[in-house]
Ligand binder design. Structure first.
Ligand SMILES: [Zn+2]
Ligand SMILES: [Zn+2]
Length: 400
């Protein structure tokens, strides 16, 4: 391990900050205390702070001692927690009922703070580092997009932008890189099937939307197996069917809901068009009608090749090639850093959180240390690792 000694020396402070944020989790666009904490720390270290981007989001601007220059790098951490209870009982467990840092964004925020503190003391470069602390990554709230709508990249132009997410199950402090599509787009759909309601004993006087809906669920599976190229990846899951209230009434309407995940915009466009065709034409075969509402939440996260190569080399040099995996498998989750990558080249990486070896009985719950699990906890061993990676990335960026 090749941690920067000065960051390593701040380990206890970083752990303290992380535990403080963990104990006070705030969900999408409510990250007021967290935002205050980050702003106060940045200001203490002499970093210029700009607040109110995407409501609770903020940007710390750090110019090099050789001048603001023309080049700028953006580093991003997410700050929000989840609307879920925490089952851990350690001292820093959530003090906010029904709120938990179950995805490790407390750790992401702290790793970036650790880098900010170091960089504020060592500004020996020409250029600008934009430290982006974003709200509302979870639940399709798109805090990243909200910051962009408030002028993030117009007010704080970045030539390149980078992100980190911790990854349970991957060895502690290992790095996972991938060029191209790394995370899926996430999309929701509602299909409303309209028939004609009536007496269940006289089906011939009705158009039964339940029978149509049942058939439609089967047909939707063929969008994956028959209408999409077999070498492309997509998921379509029907997760809700709602219809009817009585034993002897055929309802007038049925609603099908579900999710679609794809790793490219092209496949997403095809999936939406095919869904619309099935939703609108299949009911007509039976004398009913149908309507599709399709909501695109996050686009696929697509890492840029040059920046991925650059960042992977930085990690290899800092931590050794054995700790760096270059082409990890894509994952089916979604992440709103994808909005940044649509506008600015960069790369998003996974930092191994381990298998829960940092859990200590009896204070941790009994469940697995997986993201969004009530027994999850960010592994504090990663704090100096992530901070060191951020600093090495900045140094290499300006040395280029
Ligand atoms: Zn999450
Ligand atoms: Zn997350």
């Amino acid at each position: 391990m090749s941690l920067i000694a000065e960051i390593e020396a701040e380990r206890d402070t970083l752990v303290e900050i992380r535990h403080d944020i963990h104990a006070h989790p705030e969900i999408a666009f409510e990250e007021q205390r967290t935002s205050d904490l980050v702003a106060r720390r940045l200001a203490d270290w002499g970093i210029e702070v700009h607040r109110g981007l995407g409501q609770t989001g903020l940007v710390g601007v750090l110019h090099g001692s050789r001048g603001a220059g023309k080049r700028a790098i953006g580093l991003r951490a997410d700050m929000d927690a989840l609307p879920m209870p925490e089952h851990n009982r350690f001292a820093w467990a959530s003090k906010h009922p029904g709120r938990m840092h179950g995805c490790g964004h407390d750790g992401h925020t702290t790793m970036l703070l650790g880098a900010a503190q170091y960089l504020a003391r060592h500004r020996d470069f020409e250029g600008t580092v934009n430290l982006i602390f974003q709200p509302a990554e979870e639940g399709g709230n798109a805090g990243a997009r909200a910051m962009m709508e408030d002028g993030l990249f117009d007010r704080f132009p970045c030539d390149e932008v980078y992100g980190i997410h911790n990854m349970p199950g991957a060895p502690v402090g290992s790095f996972g890189f991938r060029t191209g599509a790394m995370m899926a787009s996430s999309n929701r759909f509602d299909i409303i099937v309209r028939g004609v309601g009536g007496h269940a004993a006289q089906p011939h006087h009705t158009v039964d939307p339940i029978v149509i809906a049942a058939e439609m669920v089967g047909v939707l599976q063929t969008l994956i197996s028959r209408h999409k190229s077999p070498i492309e990846t997509a998921v379509l899951s029907v997760t809700q069917i709602h219809a009817g209230d009585a034993y002897n009434v055929i309802p007038a309407e049925a609603v099908i809901r579900g999710t679609v995940r794809t790793f490219s915009e092209k496949v997403l466009d095809e999936m939406e068009a095919n869904l619309r065709r099935v939703a609108e034409t299949l009911p007509a075969v039976h004398g009913g009608s149908g309507e599709l509402n399709f909501y695109r939440a996050y686009p696929p996260l697509v890492n840029h090749a040059a920046q991925t190569e650059f960042a992977a080399k930085v990690a290899e040099q800092a931590f050794g090639a054995a700790r760096v995996r270059r082409e990890i498998d894509p994952v089916g989750g979604a992440e709103d850093f994808s909005f940044f990558l649509q506008k600015v080249p960069g790369t998003y990486i996974f930092l191994g959180n381990g298998d829960g070896e940092h859990h200590s009985a009896p204070y941790h719950g009994m469940g697995p240390c997986q993201l969004h699990n009530p027994n999850y906890d960010f592994n504090d061993a990663l704090l100096p690792v992530g901070s060191t990676y951020w600093v090495r990335l900045v140094e290499a960026f300006f040395a280029r």
